[in-house]
Design a protein around this ligand. Structure first.
Ligand SMILES: C[S@@+](CC[C@H](N)C(=O)[O-])C[C@H]1O[C@@H](n2cnc3c(N)ncnc32)[C@H](O)[C@@H]1O
Length: 449
């Protein structure tokens, strides 16, 4: 740290906000600790995405009021982020259910008011006073880094121990809320002013003319401006990889894995409603979510198709036709752990190996849609080389009609994230370097003939 001779541990413990632990007795808000404990028990089953488990839990507990819901949700996410450390420390307490101590620590570390986390057994509060001072560096790998051994080892092997530690620290925080101004409907200035009028402060994002970062976590989805499609919620990293598609007006763009259309919408806005965008996905449910977003955004140049798989024969009509093919493949999502901390427990080496095979197969089929001199943009929100650089190497070795175009040839200096390596051929973002999700992209250009 500049001006400081003392090096801070990269895995420092979370702030307790200067709070001291009281010897509080069971109080009226003890129920919140108990509810967090119940939610932890449910999350511990890892039988679905955490956000779905949390919303179901809130539906099942209508007694939880608007004041306590965000507290419970934050504590649940904190537990997921720090699960290895919290569970390790919780074992050292005595008496009472261990999960109640897990819930208390999650509430404390997620910044809940003291009146909430200090309620309950005084023995647990004594335990809390002790464990918040345990030096993190003395812990073994999983409680220290809060990453599963396989992931920590893989990042260490692929990028070295410093990167593994800085990544581990970065994904212990919540992600910021980023917006993309929909230039089909509004200018950045209009959106900034409109949000300010509603008390929502946003800041510019360097290198993203249409990108804004919210101060704090305002609820933007209920604003009239959002409902009228003047902006979308989209992580800055996702906005940059969309820019790498760089479509021209009038192009035919095929988004092979369009999902709910985060990148499709950004690409379409860049095309100013000219040309055609074909949004494909194997999931009807995800494409269903894309349609209302497209309608809200004013996008009118699209067509959606649910495909059986990447080899669906209905794609033959697009062979060698597309100017741009976007391939935002299903991936491990290890770049999005700040948003989806449960993924680190739901994913493993076997799952990643299966995804790699799927990524190769999708790429193999999607590249056939690119016309001569057209481009394919391969995208993941993973940080693992296995899903990124290694896939690109495999693809280039097997498809000599494609060459890698340096990402800096596509984005002007003013449109680049400072945190991406400007000398690399492929595009890569780490959460710890620029406060976006981790993303990877490669621009693959097909030869003219
Ligand atoms: C990373 S997500 C896409 C996210 C989306 N592009 C966005 O920006 O919001 C990957 C998508 O690939 C889809 N998918 C999985 N297998 C596929 C396949 N064989 N062909 C096309 N899409 C597939 C999934 O349903 C999922 O929606």
């Amino acid at each position: 740290m500049a001006g400081s001779s003392k090096k801070k541990s990269p895995l420092r413990r979370p702030s307790t906000g200067g709070a001291r632990v009281n010897r509080g007795a069971a109080g009226p808000r003890y129920g919140v600790i108990s509810l967090v404990a119940q939610l932890i028990d449910l999350l511990n089953l890892f039988d679905g995405p955490a956000d779905a488990v949390i919303s179901r839990f809130f539906k099942d507990h209508p007694e939880l009021g608007g004041r306590d819901r965000p507290v419970v949700a934050e504590a649940a996410y904190c537990w997921l982020r720090y699960r290895y450390r919290i569970n390790h420390l919780a074992q050292s307490g005595e008496g009472g259910p261990t999960v109640m101590r897990q819930a208390k620590l999650a509430l404390l570390w997620s910044g809940a008011p003291e009146a909430i986390w200090s309620a309950g057994r005084s023995e647990d509060n004594e335990w809390l006073s002790r464990v918040i001072h345990v030096p993190v560096d003395n812990l073994s790998q999983e409680p220290k880094t809060c990453l599963p051994a396989w992931l920590y080892e893989q990042i260490t092997t692929e990028f070295g121990p410093d990167r593994a530690l800085s990544f581990a620290q970065a994904v212990l925080s919540a992600a910021p809320l980023d917006l993309r101004v929909n230039t089909l409907k509004a200018s950045t200035q209009e959106v900034v002013a409109g949000l300010a009028a509603q008390g929502i402060e946003v800041l510019p994002i360097a290198g993203l003319e249409d990108g804004l970062r919210a101060v704090g976590k305002p609820v933007v989805g209920r604003t009239e401006m959002f409902q009228e499609g003047l902006f979308e919620v989209q992580d800055a990293g996702s906005q940059w990889v969309s820019k790498l598609v760089a479509p021209r007006r009038g192009d035919l763009v095929i988004d092979f894995c369009a999902g709910a259309g985060g990148k499709t919408l950004a690409v379409a806005a860049a095309m100013k409603n000219t040309g055609r965008v074909v949004a494909l996905d194997t999931s009807e449910r995800r494409l269903q979510k894309f349609r209302p977003r497209a309608a809200r955004s004013g996008m009118s140049n699209f067509y959606t198709m649910v495909i059986n798989d990447e080899a669906d024969p209905r794609l033959n009509k697009y062979f060698s036709k597309a100017d741009r093919v976007v391939v935002d493949v299903p991936c491990s999502g290890m770049g999005t752990l700040r948003r989806n901390p449960d993924l680190k427990f739901r994913q493993g080496p076997q799952g990643v190996a299966e995804l790699v095979e799927k990524q190769k197969s999708i790429l193999h089929h999607a590249c056939q849609l690119v016309k001569p001199d057209g481009r394919l943009v391969y995208i993941t929100c993973s940080v693992l080389k296995q899903e990124n650089e290694e896939i690109v190497e495999w693809f280039l070795a097997n498809n000599p009609e494609f060459r890698l175009r340096r990402w800096t040839e596509v984005l002007n200096p003013a449109d680049r994230p400072a945190s991406a390596d400007q000398t690399a051929d492929t595009f890569r973002l780490w959460p710890e370097d620029g406060e976006s999700d981790g993303f990877f992209a490669a621009v693959l250009q097909r030869s003219k003939s």
